[in-house]
Design a protein around this ligand. Sequence first.
Ligand SMILES: NC(=O)c1ccc[n+]([C@@H]2O[C@H](COP(=O)([O-])OP(=O)(O)OC[C@H]3O[C@@H](n4cnc5c(N)ncnc54)[C@H](OP(=O)(O)O)[C@@H]3O)[C@@H](O)[C@H]2O)c1
Length: 315
Amino acid sequence: MKAAVVNAFGDPPSFQDFREPEAGEDETVVTVEAAALSPIVKGLASGRHYASGATAGFVPGVDGVGIDSEGRRVYFLFPKAPFGSMAEQSLVAKTMTVPVPDALASDRAAALVTAALASWMAFSRRARLQKGETVLILGATGASGSMAIQTARHFGAGKVVAVGRNAAKLERLDADVRIALDGHADTALRDQFDCGVDVVLDFVWGDAAARVLKAATSGRGSRMGEPRLRYVQLGTIAGDEIAIRGDMLRSTGLELIGSGIGSIAVAELLAGAGELLAVATQAGLNTQFKSLPLRAVDEAWNGDTDTRYILMPSS
Ligand SMILES: NC(=O)c1ccc[n+]([C@@H]2O[C@H](COP(=O)([O-])OP(=O)(O)OC[C@H]3O[C@@H](n4cnc5c(N)ncnc54)[C@H](OP(=O)(O)O)[C@@H]3O)[C@@H](O)[C@H]2O)c1
């Protein structure tokens, strides 16, 4: 079969022949219709992600949409190495598939899960967002961050504050408040935390997170007690480490939480994907993406970082 293959960690995949998978007990071979090229796919292929495998020579792609061996159109997650989703066929545990509603095209379904699953899980499982609460999204201009505005609304957020470094992109977001990470951001952030923020979703970490946490925690320590702030860490695109003073936690209602593989079981991630696909059309969830044939994997891999690419083996 034809596949994208990572022959060495750090190298872009090449479009080439690869052996076909054979299903064992409790497995299904999926004929892939759409595979998402998301940041984690590149991270795993670089060999530097905490969940990267030990050896190269594999098909990348952690999820996709395709037809299983019983003819059902499914979204599948975490195919079995070395058979990732960026190939004509992939190998998946039967328990790692959920149905895709007929109303959703395969590429759209793959794009929606890729962009929305992070915030879906963070709100529903980790922060347990309640109706009417205020959400602040750091990294709101990215694919996952902008989708988090939509999922926050779906879960009933009362107010959504979007924070990002690109002021032009920020302006286009459907948020209640937009804060560009410029010279005025510290005051604007502090104003929001003074008004009350219940949940932060942080897709970037690094200096930007340090600024948000400083605004959230300085000058606190009320004897009446400070309100809870569930701060959910999702990505480290702006830096792996930040300094956190002990009194930031002691004098505030700050609760630092992560959301990702490990802090959430993969079976739970799959359940979340099924939930969001089931409501996506009715909830009006939408994301921008560009579909390309799998043979154009090189173009997608080296493409514009603002574009979310979906690779289609059959086109
Ligand atoms: N834990 C999870 O479940 C999960 C799931 C999906 C994604 N993630 C992670 O979340 C992060 C974002 O994913 P994505 O899909 O939204 O990626 P994306 O579409 O490429 O967006 C990247 C975002 O990060 C911002 N950014 C990059 N460097 C920055 C910096 N130095 N300071 C401030 N902002 C910076 C970008 O801002 P500009 O618009 O200004 O470029 C953009 O908003 C990635 O690290 C990804 O691995 C985690």
